[in-house]
Design a protein around this ligand. Structure first.
Ligand code: C5P
Length: 235
């Protein structure tokens, strides 16, 4: 069977200040290894990604490359220096994706424990013809719109979804979306699907996972350790 070449870009150049002072977030340790190692291993072990492109914190390209190649068996890897915003880091990764790659995933290093089935669902939906795909979960909290310290409205949550990564794209769609976003002067999109939406493109949703949460605050690190311990091959 002909398999469409697939690359995954991992923006990992953020400071992660909400985690507290210290190393860039992607290099903080979870169970003795950097979050980035867990994230890349999660993507690679899904078995449907042919190349990982990491956008690393400035000054750490060689160290990140050595760490990942040691930690993840048989990994095919390119490491580039990230930019000043997430969007710029993804664009730097995209410019390093080889010409034969037709499907591109973008996955936040901070979503270190994404289960393989989510990666496979996203890739399968792009292979089936979607230009852009996002994994989502229903919103469980009641959501209110506020103005300063007053509630303005309660939003109907039945049509709301929280969005995770990896997000998957036909390569041409992601490239057009980034160049349109750049030309329009926007540089701080918090995800890539929003750039596709901004140019009028369709974005398809597939089911995400509670285990694909983003490690943002100190409590998330404790939760991530608990998730790792609960997995069958835990040490
Ligand atoms: O800050 P936030 O958690 O939204 O960042 C999402 C992802 O984007 C993280 O994996 C982070 O490392 C990455 N990022 C980046 N370059 C930046 C800012 C964030 O690669 N300049």
């Amino acid at each position: 069977m002909y398999v469409v070449p697939t690359a995954a870009i991992v923006p990992a150049a953020g400071r992660g200040e909400r985690l507290g002072p210290g190393a860039p977030k992607a290099l903080r340790e979870l169970a003795g290894e950097p979050l980035l190692v867990h994230a890349v291993r999660s993507l690679w072990s899904a078995g449907c990604v042919d190349l990982v492109v990491v956008a690393a914190p400035p000054g750490s390209v060689a160290a990140v490359e050595a760490t990942l190649l040691t930690a993840v068996e048989d990994l095919r890897l390119v490491v580039v220096e990230g930019g000043g915003t997430r969007q710029a880091s993804v664009a730097a990764g995209l410019s390093a994706v080889p010409g034969d790659v037709e499907i591109v995933l973008v996955h936040d290093a901070a979503r270190a424990l994404v289960p393989a089935e989510v990666v496979v669902r996203v890739v399968d939906a792009v292979r089936a013809g979607a230009g852009a795909v996002v994994p989502v979960l229903p919103v469980t909290d009641t959501i209110k719109q506020v103005d300063a310290d007053r509630v303005v409205a309660t939003v109907d949550r039945s049509s709301l979804r929280s969005v995770q990564t990896p997000q998957g794209f036909a390569r041409a769609v992601l490239e057009s979306a980034h160049s349109a976003g750049h030309s329009a002067g926007g540089h701080d999109a918090t995800d890539d699907a929003s750039l596709v939406e901004a140019m009028g493109g369709e974005v398809v949703v597939v089911e995400g996972s509670t285990e694909a949460f983003k490690v943002t605050r100190p409590l998330d690190l404790a939760l991530a350790e608990a998730v790792l311990r609960s997995r069958p091959n835990a040490p």
